[in-house]
Design a protein around this ligand. Structure first.
Ligand SMILES: CSCC[C@H](NC(C)=O)C(=O)O
Ligand SMILES: [Zn+2]
Ligand SMILES: [Zn+2]
Length: 341
């Protein structure tokens, strides 16, 4: 959906929302996850209430209200509703940013999803950690399960796993000691897959471990990859491969040269909103937009709300939701009138 500005030749603004949601475990929900039940206190329960039907609807409502008020913005707004974010965006935003139709939109700035904030403040995300999914493979001597077989794949794999997990502990300590402020500032690494073996009495010749690694944009990815090589090559017959690797992880710099950030912040200040700025701990479609050197902010106007995306009983209070529409009205008026640069 496009709302054409009075100066359509200027770089436009993209308001992005993904349309997919994650699955539910219905038995753990107090109300039907797709019923959108509203409780007495205004809490609306449903999958997607935070992630991110709310934002998609708020964009539309805010634009509708501005049009009703007779407002015209200088810049064109493009509301994009994209698939597959929850499974990596490979057939969604990742493809779209390379498409001619994306280039034709001439986007200068984008807003996309953020996360709820449990306090009165609102969180704005200016970058994300790069997701790397790595499979470590070990090969070793097979043999009969009743013998002391040497140099087995599983033993080697375990020693390498120890190295990965020691790094995990070190990063965890940085966060626990307060040296790193938020989850987005450290590298997380989790052993999420373990494969190997065909039968109890056969020592397997192969075994593998899968890691979900999330790397802050301040980390040198080339150096980090070298580190993975050092850990794995310490054992003969152990190698690693990328199942998924995100490169060129760009941040949107929040300084006085960033006119979009200034306009966004001015609108929030005028409403006396408290903003906190962070690196998004997981991955959203914003990473593909930033990869094209387009500044992007992750922002869901949800405060005083527990972070329940992907969780059971995801909810959003009606009052928070409605206020968010007003927040966008102010924000859109401000960013939509950023003068030509
Ligand atoms: C890495 S592609 C999958 C995307 C997913 N995004 C979120 C927000 O959960 C994630 O970070 O795991
Ligand atoms: Zn989302
Ligand atoms: Zn999600």
């Amino acid at each position: 959906m496009s709302w054409i500005g009075t100066s359509p030749e200027l770089p436009s603004i993209m308001l992005n929302a993904h349309t997919d949601v994650v699955p539910v475990f219905e038995e753990f929900w107090t109300h039907g996850p797709f019923d959108a039940t509203k409780l007495e206190n205004g809490d609306i329960i449903g999958r997607g209430t935070q992630d991110m039907k709310c934002v998609a609807i708020q964009y539309i409502e805010a634009v509708r209200n501005l049009i009703a008020q007779g407002v015209r913005l200088a810049r064109t707004l493009h509301l994009t509703f994209v698939p597959d974010e929850e499974i990596g965006g490979h057939s969604g935003m990742e493809l779209f940013v390379d498409h001619e139709r994306f280039k034709a939109l001439n986007i200068g700035f984008a807003l996309d999803e953020g996360l709820a904030n449990e306090t009165d403040a609102f969180t704005v995300y200016y970058g994300e950690r790069a997701p790397w999914w790595v499979r470590v493979k070990a090969v070793g001597r097979p043999g009969h399960g009743s013998r002391f077989v040497e140099n087995t794949a599983t033993e080697k794999l375990m020693r390498v796993i120890e190295k990965f997990l020691a790094f995990r502990q070190q990063q965890k300590s940085l966060l626990e000691s307060g040296e790193a402020k938020t989850l987005g500032d450290v590298t997380t690494l989790n052993l999420t897959m373990l494969e190997g073996g065909v039968q109890f009495n056969i020592v397997p010749a192969e075994a593998s471990a899968g890691f979900d690694i999330r790397i802050p944009p301040t980390v040198d990815l080339v150096e980090f990859e070298k580190q993975l090589g050092v850990w794995t090559s310490s054992e003969e017959g152990v190698t690693f491969e990328f199942v998924s690797k995100f490169e060129n992880n760009q941040m949107t710099v929040l300084d006085d040269n960033n006119v979009w950030w200034k306009a966004f912040k001015t609108a929030c200040d005028a409403q006396a909103l408290t903003l906190v700025t962070e690196i998004f701990p997981a991955a959203t479609d914003s990473r593909y937009i930033r990869q094209k050197s387009i500044p992007a902010l992750g922002f869901s106007p949800i405060n005083n709300t527990p972070i329940l995306l992907h969780d059971h009983n995801e909810f959003l209070n009606e009052a928070v939701f409605v206020r968010g529409v007003t927040v966008y009205e102010h924000v859109l008026k401000s960013i939509g009138n950023v003068p030509p640069q």
